[in-house]
Design a protein around this ligand. Structure first.
Ligand code: NAD
Length: 480
């Protein structure tokens, strides 16, 4: 059985304690590899390697650092098929999705920041006859990147690439549930010639390896994506140590569908935003509010499309829905389906675990599920389910839709469907969401600030925001 290793100081090494964790393939329910159950000792080794590599890495001209990152991007593209297969096996997502979204985006992350660092200029402020101030942006030193299981390589590299581009050395931990592509990334970094210790990848659990990273005094900043509860815990640990924190957390995103929208496009994209990656994208819209005059029509078209979403082996091109990431997560989502029933919801589609015949008989599959008739403020409509479960709710006025959309503790993203330009902007500005899409969903420009309001996070990733996060500004004032 494949046994993954940590990547520390440019070498693949076993965990110091010799312990390993089983890694399960969600589509089959079978253990197919093992990963290090790393602890403080491994993290200390990784931090020491990063500290040793830092002076030379920060001294390397930004253009040379950037070229190395672009080389890694090219190698990811070269190995796209192998990485897509690995991502699909590890996560349960359709291989077609990994091939078209996850892995290309991981390559783009490296290419974007590898070239972007060359355009990252410092600010200066001139006061005639008085002073010239200029700002130097120093790399922080050793930083931690901790990522979740839903978009494994995509989100892992979204943090690592800007951190490295800005001149930091990194200790990174992928989710213990989806470690595979992070492991292969280590190999590609070796091949690209990334100097030893610049990127260290430590595998293991959150309470084990993750907590040791958060507590390590030499780690100056933590870029974390994951659940809101975990983010809260990390903030509590890191705040007294004055570490910089970027927290990308949960969501409960609304789709607002107005009667004047392009209905076919709204239905088609809402299918994507509800069920892509089995609903396991932080940006998925799980609460669909539809203006009453088109409610029945939207519902009918939406349900017809849901019926066509084939659930099956992620390796097959015909499968539109793969497996959920783990049995524990499947059970959590099923418990929310039960809750929605108890809260008085009417089940319009799905609701059941799916038995896929053949090699996937023990996999963690679930039907795409749709409810209506739930109060906008019930738990089903306020808590993050993070699975293929959505609710449909009619609304009568713009204010009502806005109140309901804003009526959760989360504020990550929102989608508006309308052809009324005034309304589109008016509603967008009143939504408590860090990202608002108008007549589209998940259309990304990597230069834009990305992140959530309220309990969906602190800080923003993307473009210059990420490069600012991973640097410490120092102002130098010269008297004229
Ligand atoms: P999680 O919080 O359980 O784990 C995320 C990562 O944190 C994992 O690597 C885990 O091992 C680690 N971790 C857990 N406890 C830790 C600790 N005490 N110290 C340090 N690290 C620790 O989240 P998950 O279940 O892997 O991912 C799903 C969640 O991620 C959902 O809530 C989803 O909304 C969120 N998410 C948010 C975004 C975003 O951009 N806002 C993107 C994707 C996913």
């Amino acid at each position: 059985m494949l046994q993954l290793q940590n990547f520390i100081n440019g070498q693949f090494v076993p965990p110091a304690n010799g312990r390993y964790l089983d890694n399960v393939e969600p589509a089959t329910g079978q253990v197919y590899s093992q990963i290090p159950d790393s602890d403080t000792t491994d993290v200390q080794q990784a931090v020491a390697a990063a500290q040793a590599a830092f002076p030379a890495w920060r001294a390397l001209p930004a253009e040379k650092r950037g070229r190395l990152l672009v080389r890694i991007a090219e190698l990811i593209e070269r190995d796209l098929e192998r990485l897509a297969q690995a991502e699909s096996q590890d996560n349960g997502k359709p291989v077609a999705l990994a091939r078209t979204v996850d892995i290309p985006r991981a390559a783009s992350n490296f290419a974007f920041f590898g070239t972007g660092i060359g355009h990252f200029s410092s600010e200066s402020h001139f006061q005639e006859g008085q002073s010239l101030n200029y700002t130097v942006r120093h790399p922080l030193g050793v930083v931690a990147c901790i990522s979740p299981w839903n978009l494994p390589l995509y989100l892992f590299t979204w943090k690592i690439a800007p951190a490295l581009a800005a001149g930091n050395c990194v200790v990174a931990k992928p989710s213990e549930i989806t470690p595979a592509t992070a492991y292969w990334l280590g190999e590609l970094c070796q091949e690209a010639g990334l100097p030893a210790g610049v990127l260290n990848i430590v595998h293991g659990t959150g309470p084990g390896a993750g907590q040791a990273m958060v507590e390590h005094p030499a780690i100056k900043a933590i870029s974390f994506t994951g659940g809101t509860k975990t983010g809260e815990h990390i903030a509590r640990t890191a705040a007294p140590m004055f570490k910089k924190l970027s927290l990308e957390l949960g969501g409960k995103n609304p789709n607002l569908i107005f009667a004047d929208c392009d209905l076919a496009a709204a239905v088609s994209t809402s299918i994507q935003s509800s069920f892509a990656n089995q609903g396991q994208i932080c940006l998925c819209g799980s609460r669909i509010f539809i203006e009453r005059p088109i409610y029945e029509q939207f519902k009918e078209l939406f349900l017809a499309r849901v019926a066509g979403l084939a659930v099956g082996d992620p390796q097959l091109a015909t499968s539109r829905q793969g497996a959920l990431v783990s049995e524990a997560h499947l059970n959590k989502v099923l418990s929310y389906i039960e809750l929605a029933r108890q809260e008085g919801g009417t089940l319009l589609a799905g609701g059941q675990r799916v038995q896929v015949p053949g090699r996937c008989a023990d996999g963690f599959f679930l039907q795409p599920t749709v409810f209506e008739g739930l109060a906008p403020d019930c738990r089903t409509n306020r808590e993050e389910i993070f699975g293929p479960v959505v609710t449909l709710t009619p609304f009568d006025t713009e204010d009502e839709a806005l109140n309901w959309a804003n009526g959760t503790d989360y504020g990550l993203s929102a989608t508006i469907w309308t052809t009324d330009l005034d309304r589109a902007h008016r509603v967008a500005h009143q939504l408590h969401a860090g990202v608002v899409w108008i007549n589209t969903w998940l259309l990304r420009d990597l230069r834009t600030p990305f992140g959530g309001m309220k309990n969906s996070g602190v800080g923003r990733e993307g473009g210059l925001e990420a490069l600012r996060f991973f640097t410490e500004p120092q102002n130098v004032c010269v008297r004229l």
